[in-house]
Design a protein around this ligand. Structure first.
Ligand code: ADP
Length: 603
């Protein structure tokens, strides 16, 4: 173990987040933090006082025996005082425990809220960044235990530190050398514990991708939504084996670290014990030689014993602190992730009723080499319908995501009523654009709220649910479900029921119809699981109800697509053809080809 300045900082790394943890507790509850500090002070300082009173008692007893004049009253008072001090210590320790239990719940809630609040400010791209997502899940998993644990250990360390300092104060009267031995004997163990904690900290950080994989496997193996496939494809044993292999690898590293740590700890601990007992012998000899009184000897021995246990308690605290630090470093990295505020202030467009324009829009996903969209130019006026057609992976959904503001174009710009999306106030923009994606959410909420989710301001408005359900052709089946609009969906909760794929899609379309105020409505293939007749009927409806609004739809069915005023054919991220159904057929290009393929399938 070297002692270069670098490793000094490394040793002190276990305290890296203690200040922040204490700040966190302070912000959570000042009263409780205050009580915790006082109790720590009491529990830290009183043991030395008890030892000191013990000395007075023994010396008093010796003096009383020598004087042979009965029991002096002062002696009884001293015993009572020591009893009081011990009760004080017990009270302090109990107070620490009580405060900790109270803080546990509050602190956990506070950290969870901080994590979730932060999640609201993130961009979709952040969620798709695996490392970042990892930080988020880890932060959530241990939110209720780690910060408190770090606080506990920090305060525990302070408490033991105070005890040690006060013991040293008493011991100083015996000999400054004894104090030096007490401190020096503990140091090697302290540093070795801190060093190995630091190593463990780095080990944990570095292996995070493995842990993440393990967590993922756990999820796949134990969640209802994956259980079906895992069973059918008999993936269980294979995935479980992977899970075991990762564990074995991690365990080997852990074992090596644990063994090294404990061997060093034991060796250095022996030095400390040796030093302690040498001092013990010294104290005994000094007493026999008459240099100190019997009472002083009792006190020094008590101080020594308790000093030793304070040292070992401190070391235990330190060795737990690295894991807490790991958690907090992760938590703060997550909380401090910069967010692009990137929202403007415009609540009305520069050219009202200009509609939607894509001007030379190109886009590349973060970390991707290829453009998902390239030089897209489009104009959609109010009252127009646009259909996007193209093979899987051609970029249709990406275009919608850009329109939704979930990502920002890499080049070019998108304007609504003449104003760049980036300059719009984000709330206003979200109200004006309503989108249902193909992977829309199936909330484990009542049927009605699943529809109401389309417009938060009418989330629980039953009349609106019913109207939207009628428009999305969902009313017929909803009325047949026991409980109707109040039936719980999903399997997580009691009496939850599952819907078929097509029924869910009708719910999703109804959700779109909730957005009465939106002037751009987008349906990205949410009807693929319906039969062709139902889809055509829904789109006809959709068309009618969005007469003066802009609508964009993505579908692979030409019976639907042909209803749109304008059709854009996308291939490899570019628009290769554009026009009405008839003009595109007349062109005899890609569209005509695909149309004939599908038509042939129905003949
Ligand atoms: P479509 O909706 O036409 O089926 P998408 O717009 O979903 O196609 O995808 C276009 C391309 O962008 C595909 O090559 C796909 O692999 C890629 N892509 C889609 N989503 C992401 C993402 N979140 N990160 C990186 N690449 C993506």
């Amino acid at each position: 173990m070297s002692t270069s300045p670098h490793s000094w900082r490394q040793y002190l790394g276990v305290f890296r987040y203690s200040r922040r943890a204490i700040e966190l507790v302070w912000q959570t509850s000042r009263a409780l933090t205050f009580i915790l500090a006082i109790a720590t002070l009491v529990a830290g300082l009183l043991p030395a006082a008890a030892a000191w009173v013990g000395q007075l008692i023994v010396d008093g007893v010796v003096a009383a025996i020598e004087a042979d004049a009965g029991i002096p009253e002062r002696l009884l008072w001293l015993v009572a005082l020591e009893g009081g001090i011990i009760a004080g210590i017990a009270g302090g320790q109990r107070a620490i425990q009580t405060v900790q239990s109270l803080l546990r719940a509050q602190l956990g809630q506070r950290v969870n809220v901080m994590i979730l609040e932060k999640a609201q400010t993130l961009q979709l791209a952040d969620f798709e960044d695996s490392e970042f997502y990892d930080k988020l899940t880890r932060a959530r998993r241990e939110a209720s235990s780690r910060p408190l644990s770090l606080v506990n250990r920090t305060f525990g360390l302070i408490q033991n530190g105070l005890s040690l300092a006060s013991f040293a104060g008493l011991l100083f009267a015996f000999s400054p050398w004894a104090v030096a031995i007490l401190v020096l004997a503990g140091l090697p163990q302290f540093f070795s514990e801190a060093k190995f904690s630091g190593d463990a900290f780095r080990l944990f950080r570095w292996r995070s991708p493995d842990t993440r994989q393990q967590m993922y496997l756990e999820t796949v193996l134990a969640r209802e939504d994956s259980a079906k496939e895992v069973k059918l494809f008999q993936l269980g044993p294979l995935l479980l084996q992977r899970y075991r292999d990762i564990f074995e690898r991690l365990y080997r590293e852990d074992r090596s670290l644990t063994l090294r740590r404990d061997l060093w700890g034991f060796g250095l601990g022996l030095i400390a014990t040796l030093a302690f007992y040498a001092t013990y012998a010294w104290i005994v000899m000094s007493t026999v030689a008459g240099a100190i009184t019997l009472g002083q000897m009792t006190m020094y021995l008590a101080v020594f014993r308790q000093g030793q246990s304070a040292v070992s308690a401190s070391l235990t605290a330190i060795s737990g602190m690295y894991e807490d630090n790991l958690y907090l470093s992760n938590l703060y990295e997550y909380l401090e992730q910069p967010v692009s505020t990137g929202t403007g202030e415009a609540t009305t467009g520069a050219i009202p009723n200009d509609g939607l324009r894509f001007e030379g829009v190109s886009f590349r996903y973060p970390g991707s080499e290829q453009f998902a969209l390239e030089s897209i130019d489009l104009h959609l006026a109010p009252g127009q319908t646009l259909a996007l057609v193209g093979a899987n992976g051609s970029g249709k959904t990406t275009l919608i995501k850009l329109l939704a503001g979930l990502y920002t174009p890499s080049a070019g710009c998108i304007r609504l009523d003449g104003t760049d999306l980036r300059d719009w106030d984000s709330t206003t923009l979200r109200q004006r654009i309503g989108i249902i994606f193909q992977d829309f959410m199936r909330y484990q909420l009542p049927v009605g709220e699943n529809i109401g989710a389309g417009d938060v301001t009418h989330f629980q408005d039953e009349a609106r649910w019913q109207q939207a359900a009628r428009q999305g052709l969902a009313d017929a089946f909803i009325e047949e479900i026991p409980g109707g609009y109040h039936a719980q969906l999903g399997r997580w909760f009691k009496d939850g029921r599952e819907l078929s794929g097509g029924q869910w899609q009708k719910i999703a379309v109804a959700r779109a119809f909730m957005r009465e105020e939106a002037d751009v409505l987008v349906l990205d293939e949410p009807t693929a699981a319906m039969d062709a007749a139902a889809e055509a009927e829904i789109f006809a409806h959709f068309r009618e109800l969005t007469r003066d609004r802009m609508a964009i739809l993505i579908s692979h069915r030409f019976s639907t697509v042909r209803m749109a005023d304008e059709i854009a054919v996308i291939d490899g991220g570019r628009i290769i053809e554009r026009g009405s159904h008839d003009s595109l057929l007349a062109r005899e290009g890609q569209y005509a080809h695909l149309f004939q393929l599908q038509a042939a399938g129905y003949q």
